[in-house]
Ligand binder design. Structure first.
Ligand code: G3P
Length: 237
């Protein structure tokens, strides 16, 4: 494995840049750099998911893990446009989201992609839409599984306050099937309270987009989210 592949810790703040216009190219670099600086200052684990053309550059520049937003489970070869695990490894990318509700896969594709990533020492972060989906997808034993009710994604109401039972239920269901899988949650997570509640309900981190990508002041938005993580004795202040 290249030495520039950085492993994911927990509890973790994962920032998905999606394809927001301000999060492409130089925008991805500046948000990724800001996240790395602020997370280091607070001593919180963080990772960023830029769009595919920005992956290799950011993986080479940032001191935090960079994850792809998607991976195709196909073998390297004649697959125009495919993102194969081998290309992620070669670019220093640490792993990949799989089955995000904006890029859904079949259960079988998820299982294959999880296996392909893990075989290369890369980290799969599988997304599920509800407790039963999470229970099924946990059978592939990914390192991370994030539950995100699709109807709350990009909105003002967070999964933590609007659907806390989904977080609690997913933690229980996933741990019955795959005790080693760390559960994250996402959808509408905006502030320290959303993060704190998620962690209290058993989540090991949050998957966030619009709270930061659409914020007028991204640093303030990142700091607000980081404030919900437990205070580390090593934090800068
Ligand atoms: O991948 C993160 C995501 O889907 C949640 O999006 O905008 O609700 O934080 P958002």
């Amino acid at each position: 494995m290249p030495t520039n592949v950085r492993s994911l810790g927990a509890p973790v703040l994962v920032l998905n840049l999606k394809a927001y216009p301000n999060c492409l190219g130089a925008g991805a670099t500046s948000l990724g750099t800001l996240l790395a600086q602020r997370a280091r200052f607070r001593n919180v684990a963080a990772a960023v998911c830029p769009s595919a053309p920005d992956l290799g550059r950011l993986a080479g520049q940032l001191p935090i893990p960079v994850l792809s937003q998607h991976t195709d489970a196909v073998e390297p070869g004649a697959h125009t446009g495919a993102i194969v695990p081998e290309s992620l490894l070669a670019s220093g990318v640490a792993g990949s989201l799989l089955n995000h509700s904006e890029h859904p896969l079949s259960e079988e594709e998820v299982a294959r992609a999880v296996g392909r990533l893990q075989a290369l020492g890369l980290v799969p972060l599988v997304c599920a839409k509800d407790v039963e989906d999470a229970r099924r997808l946990a059978r592939s034993r990914p390192e991370f599984l994030a539950v995100e009710p699709p109807e709350l994604i990009g909105g003002d109401r967070s999964v933590s306050t609007a659907r806390p039972e989904v977080i609690r239920g997913t933690v229980e269901a996933v741990h019955e099937v795959s005790p080693g899988t760390l559960v994250l949650c996402g959808a509408g997570v905006h502030d320290r309270n959303d993060v704190r509640i998620a962690l209290e309900l058993g989540a090991r981190g949050v998957l966030v987009a619009s709270a930061v990508t659409r914020a007028p002041d991204p640093q303030a938005a990142i700091d607000e989210l980081l404030a919900g993580f437990p205070r580390s004795p090593d934090a800068a202040r």
